[in-house]
Design a protein around this ligand. Structure first.
Ligand SMILES: [Zn+2]
Length: 63
């Protein structure tokens, strides 16, 4: 599947390493260098419910 997902819920598998931002608008961030890990729970004061990719750590070079 080549579907472009752009938001992930806690517990889902990290597709690419990078910096993720929550969707609550308060600027919570989470970063990882390891794809294949699972997204953490939202921060305690966060009202959002998903993470979206903000900065990809190792951009894939188009071929
Ligand atoms: Zn938040």
């Amino acid at each position: 599947m080549d579907e472009k997902q752009n938001a992930w819920h806690p517990g889902e598998i990290v597709p690419v390493s990078g910096i993720y931002a929550c969707d609550c608008g308060r600027g919570h961030h989470w970063s990882t260098d390891v794809k294949g890990h699972r997204f953490p729970p939202m921060p305690g004061d966060c009202t959002g419910e998903s993470w979206s990719l903000r900065t990809q750590a190792h951009p894939e070079v188009p071929t």
